[in-house]
Design a protein around this ligand. Sequence first.
Ligand SMILES: [Zn+2]
Length: 140
Amino acid sequence: MGVKLERIVKPYYDWLHEGKVMARKCTKCGAVEWPPLLGCNTCGSPDMEWIEMSGKGQMVQMVMPSPITRKPEMNDIKPYCFGVIELPEGPAVNAMVRGVDKKNKDLVAAKLPIDVHMVIIPRDGYDTVIFELDEIPKPE
Ligand SMILES: [Zn+2]
C-alpha cells in the first residue's frame, strides 16, 4: 500500500473501529467521497477534509444474490441483498443490505426507495460497513 493512500485508509479503519463512518469532502466543490478517496472524483482537487457520515441512506435498487454473486464468507449476516444506496451526503454506492430474503423481497421491492442505515461489522481483523433495512417487512 502506498504511503499516500495509507494516510487515508489507516485513519478510516481506526475510526470505523470506534464506530464512526467517515468520508472525505472536497473543500473546493463540496463533493463527498465514500469510501474515502485521496482526491476529489468530481473536480480533481486534492484538498479534501474528513466528515462524519450520518449513517443513513435510501436503497433505490436491489438485486438478490445469485450463485455467482453469493458471498460464502458473509453467511453469518444472511439474509441480505445487494442494493444501490443513495446517501444523504451525496454519493450513491453498491452495498450489501441485511434483512431481505426470498420471502419478503417483493414487499421490499414494492417499497423502494426504502430507508436503510449503516452497520459496522467485524471481518477477519478489520471492520467493514454494510447496510440494514430500518424496518424489515414481514410477509403476512
Ligand atoms: Zn471537488
